[in-house]
Design a protein around this ligand. Structure first.
Ligand code: ATP
Length: 356
């Protein structure tokens, strides 16, 4: 059992608090992604799990074991870093086998385990090459294989693909997930890329200024964010946020009226609507409003449509069928899917949940 638990963890660098009293649990066997902007504390959290940073207060548990004061090498953890630092003078085979050799594993067992992990990572034909004879993606795969060969209780990945091009990242994502699933080892992956987080995570921890804003499945983060920060951080294009005053089921913002629905909150609010929840409708339809098409970006089966409503820009995503012959500079009627509107407090971004 290797769940990971943060219990009121604080990490100070002098007077600066990089982790601000954070508690969470990552269940055994899950693939968790820590996502957040630069400087938000992702790496500090990851390094704290691995013991590469000592924490200022609180506890860290791996399984039932309190590892807060346990040295990194006794935590049974494997790291994959952004700078994968292979040994240049060793072959791929020796690089992958290195952690086993360091643990004085018998030679025959090393050979067997290296072959096995190399096969899973698609490296079996490259075992006798040196790192300089490999592409960047292949080198990164060797670094991952070197971490996997040990079969530790926990894998920690710190932006391991940021040096790779987009296609390679996609390929490696799938490979890492397949490997992780076949081994069932609890894993934590740090990235600043929310799309990568959504694609990879069983669970995502959205980090901001040293706190975890929300710790949930990708589906929950997307459909049920706890605040406007998470709502804006997850999803691409971003959720539209309309700040205004709501009364009698109409939101007035910058002189424009947006029909809402019975039961929505009155007062100063922020209404959030995802681009894919704005739809073109026939003119005059109840609950619709007029928008001018500024830009249409075709993306195969769907299009990102930038709409002007007064001075405000709203992003919409239309299917090709919805787009029909809508083109730039057209004025169209659109409506927001009422059951998909979310409301937030303007002062602190907290979600306003509707009764019933
Ligand atoms: P990035 O995506 O840029 O790597 P991150 O989210 O991983 O960012 P961290 O590296 O965890 O962020 O850093 C969190 C904060 O702690 C940052 O403001 C950083 O400047 C600060 N910090 C990190 N290490 C130290 C250190 N050794 N001394 C002082 N401050 C530090």
């Amino acid at each position: 059992m290797a769940s990971i638990t943060f219990d009121n963890v604080v990490k100070n660098y002098g007077t600066f608090q990089a982790i601000r009293n954070v508690s969470f649990e990552i269940p055994d066997g899950e693939f968790a992604v820590i996502v957040g902007p630069s400087g938000s504390g992702k790496t500090t959290m990851l390094r704290s799990i691995g013991g590469l940073e000592s924490i200022s207060s609180g506890r860290i548990l791996i399984g039932d074991r309190d590892v807060t004061n346990v040295a990194p090498k006794h935590r049974d953890i494997a790291f994959v870093f952004q700078n994968y630092a292979l040994y240049a003078h060793l072959t791929v085979r020796a690089n992958i086998g290195f952690p086993l050799k360091a643990r004085k594993t018998p030679k025959a067992e090393i050979a067997e385990r290296v072959e096995d992990v190399a096969r899973r990572a698609g490296l079996e034909k490259l075992l006798d090459r040196k790192p300089a004879e490999l592409s960047g993606g292949q080198q990164q795969r060797v670094a991952i294989a070197r971490a996997l060969v040990r079969q530790p209780s926990v894998f920690l990945f710190d932006e391991p693909m940021s040096n790779l091009d987009a296609q390679l990242r996609l390929d490696l994502r799938h490979e890492v997930l397949e490997l992780q699933q076949s081994l069932g080892v609890t894993s934590v992956w740090v990235t600043h890329d929310q799309e990568e987080a959504m694609a990879m995570g069983d669970r995502i921890l959205v980090v901001n200024h040293g706190i975890v804003e929300q710790n949930a499945s990708p589906e929950n983060l997307y459909s049920d964010p706890v605040n406007s920060y998470v709502a804006g951080a997850i999803g691409s294009p971003r959720m539209n946020m309309i700040q205004g005053h709501s009364a009698n089921q109409v939101l007035t913002a910058d002189g424009q009226n947006y029909p809402l629905f019975p039961g929505c909150p009155d007062g100063n609010i922020v209404a959030g609507i995802r681009p894919e929840d704005i739809h073109p409708v026939e003119s005059g339809r109840e609950g619709s409003f007029q928008a001018k098409v500024q830009l249409v970006e075709l993306l195969g089966a769907r299009a990102i449509v930038s709409l002007a409503v007064g001075d405000r820009r709203l992003n919409a995503v239309f299917s090709r069928r919805e787009l029909g012959d809508i083109k730039e500079l057209d004025t169209i009627s659109v409506s927001m899917a009422k059951d998909r509107l979310l409301f937030f407090k303007p002062d602190n971004g907290e979600r306003i949940r509707l009764a019933g």
